[in-house]
Design a protein around this ligand. Structure first.
Ligand code: IPM
Ligand code: MG
Length: 372
């Protein structure tokens, strides 16, 4: 049956890498129908919503989404760029990608990081990491307060008197962002990691948290991990702290395979893992739920490069590869990864990050040519 794919290029270089990925997908004789949608900064400025309702509807009627990149800015800048009619209405910008992950309950953020042979940017040969980042809760739950209401402030002081120290104007001088974990949220991300370890033959799963300090949330993740691990005999659960993990990944990256962690730690550690295999130009991701999935490169919209077709499209192409797996085109997915590996290994066509001078589209063409 024809699969319907929503295509959301978004902002900046998101458009360029999407164009590149479609050059590759067009080689594969896929039974898919693409439908383009609006998302990103442009729609925030002119409509006051970076994720228009029509785009949500589009996702609801498709099987999966290919996503480019979007621009996100801190609060003050967001208000400034609105068209005059929308200013001063109290519109709040929330990252559309974070909203989509939560709205469609795309709880697994899977970020494979593999060192391709002969890539001048890799840190070490043989690195092959699979980051599972919880994608719907934690510090990204959007439960934030400023100023603090009196009852919340009182509650805070009950827990920690010290926090009253700098609270000059009561409530006003303190901001609070809550880190919320649910048992189910922990269980299902750990399970996703173990399932991949089982399917791909990894002997360990490493849960990356900080339960010695952040006792309740990280503690819940570890406790759920221990339970899930019992269902997977032969796969050992390793428990590490996020700080030490960053160090160990630099020291002994080959010791690790599958990493599981919460939303914010996963955001951070997945950039670290990306750099070990050549940087964000190689970092693909899948945001998956039980009935929908969205595929996007880990990189942002890189406004300063927009218009130059300069950035490495491989992260987007590998994200499209993850989409192919998801829609049941495993063989074609493997072929895409092999084509990427071949082009990287040959080293003839490379973008600037790989010390080459080819455009994004030339790299895509070279990959596409391997598939012909
Ligand atoms: C990522 C990005 C996003 C995140 C931003 C753009 C909201 O950094 O996908 O890793 O923090 O999740
Ligand atoms: Mg990130």
């Amino acid at each position: 049956m024809t699969k319907k794919i929503a295509v959301l290029p978004g902002d900046g270089v998101g458009n360029e890498v999407m164009e590149a990925a479609l050059i590759v997908l067009d080689q594969l004789d896929l039974d898919v129908e693409y439908e383009w949608g609006d998302i990103g900064w442009e729609f925030w400025k002119t409509e006051g919503d970076a994720l228009p309702a029509r785009t949500v509807e589009l996702l609801k009627r498709t099987d999966a989404c290919l996503f480019g990149a979007i621009t996100s800015m801190p609060k003050e800048e967001c208000e400034e760029v609105l068209i005059p009619e929308l200013k001063g209405q109290g519109l709040v910008y929330r990252s559309p990608i974070v909203r989509l992950r939560q709205m469609f309950d795309l709880y697994v953020n899977y970020r494979p990081c593999k060192a391709f042979k002969n890539n001048p940017l890799i840190y070490r040969e043989g690195i092959d990491l699979h980051v599972f980042r919880e994608n719907t809760e934690g510090l990204y739950a959007g439960i934030e307060f400023h100023p603090l209401a009196d009852d919340l402030r009182a509650k805070m002081l009950e827990f920690n008197k010290n926090m009253g120290k700098f609270d000059g104007v009561p409530g006003e001088d303190i901001a609070m962002s809550c880190r919320v974990f649910s048992r189910k949220g922990c269980e299902r991300i750990v399970r996703a990691g173990f399932e991949l370890a089982r399917d791909k033959g990894y002997k360990t799963v490493t849960v990356v948290e900080k339960p010695n300090v952040v006792r309740e949330t990280s503690g819940m993740m570890i406790r759920e991990a221990r339970k899930v691990a019992k269902e997977f005999p032969g796969i050992e659960l390793w428990e590490t702290n996020i700080d030490a993990m960053c160090m160990w990944l630099i020291k002994n990256p080959l010791d690790y395979g599958v990493l599981v962690t919460s939303n914010m730690f996963g955001d951070i550690v997945s950039d670290l893992c990306a750099q070990l295999v050549g940087g964000l130009g190689f970092a693909a991701s899948a945001s998956r739920g039980d009935s929908y999935a969205l595929f996007e490169p880990t990189h942002g919209s890189a406004p300063k490069y927009y218009g130059q077709y300069k950035v490495n499209p491989i992260a987007m192409i590998l994200s499209a590869k993850l989409m192919l797996e998801y829609i049941g085109e495993g063989k074609k997915a493997d072929a895409v990864e092999q084509a990427v590996a071949d082009v990287v290994a040959e080293g003839k066509v490379r973008t600037y990050d790989m010390r080459g001078s080819n455009t994004s589209l030339e790299v895509a063409e070279a990959i596409a040519a391997k598939l012909r």
